[in-house]
Write a protein that binds this ligand. Sequence first.
Ligand code: ATP
Length: 375
Amino acid sequence: MTTIQARFQLDYGDFKLDVDLKLPGTGITVLFGHSGSGKTTLLRCIAGLQQAPLGFLEINGHIWQDSERNLFLPTYKRPLGYVFQEANLFPHLTVRENLHYGLKRIKHNSGTVKLEQTLELLGISHLLERMPGHLSGGERQRVAIARALALNPEVLLMDEPLASLDFKRKQEILPFLSRLHQQLDIPVLYVTHSQQEVAQLADTLVIMEDGRALASGPLSETQSRLDVPLAQDREAATVWQAAVAEHEADYHLTRVAFAGGSLSLPAVDAEVGTPLRVQIYARDVSIALEAPTATSILNVLPATITGIADGRDGQSVVQLRLPRMAEASQSVGNRCDQVGDQALLAHITRKSALLLGLQIGMAVYVQIKGTSLLN
Ligand SMILES: Nc1ncnc2c1ncn2[C@@H]1O[C@H](COP(=O)(O)OP(=O)(O)OP(=O)(O)O)[C@@H](O)[C@H]1O
């Protein structure tokens, strides 16, 4: 369901923002793009920190800006949370006081996000009496996220919240963000230029370039679009949302179900039903015209070719779609509604594509040589 509509036109001279986006009202929407592509400017327009002369913004049925009607809600009247690169906590207040500072400024706190729930989700309940100077960078950022959520926002805006943290701290905080996203109902708009954060967090992906949204939609669908540069990248991959379906202890394998079937992975230490994300690199996918009967590859799935493009260095980029299977969809639960049919990319040699006579619309089998588990 679309609950965010954002149209903005703004001209800085050298840079122009021109976007028209319809985004879902749940899950994490990642705004991804190179430095200078306009991600922060877009977020600032949504927050009302920057007023686009031409703009329309509707969140959950409430109109925050409509330039045609001369309507512009100032930032302080917009029920939103904003998390910046730096945590910006008050250094002279404890964590508890920092959290309550925001609460005092809003009249009521009747929404779905409860402070206790947030503290638990972010793993900071034990830090309430600490001063910010005595927290690690990752802990400070988790408190900043809790402070933004304590305001009971209708939308949470996060501008590269992990950018100032080192690799170890990023790894520490990503699972908390994943948990937040599984348990909270509010939409999150998350700016990053990290493909790793896209893979681990995004439900919806918006690819920004030169002030425009080059592509926007469910994660695997957008990652596999042939008209955006990501599909050509050596690291091109698609991420599937899945759930643990069965453990095959004798073989040290776990079967995970996704909207288009199931995959066998090296044993995962998680209960049946646990949601997880599986990343499949395009270079690890090969294509066969018939179901291979003698192969050591466990993950062979039927698919349909939906697009073919020339890749770099003699490669073809093949876009595929796996049909949704009712039984598998049930194991993954509602999360499937956000992912649509399962899209997949394969990088194969142009010679193989030619020899196999690959064409759009052909029914084929994909062999997946390797997968990586993201959370
Ligand atoms: N107030 C301003 N006046 C003029 N130009 C601006 C202003 N704010 C941003 N810009 C320009 O707009 C462009 C987009 O900037 P923006 O910060 O939105 O990009 P970004 O994608 O968020 O980049 P980064 O990933 O580096 O943060 C840049 O060229 C920037 O210099």
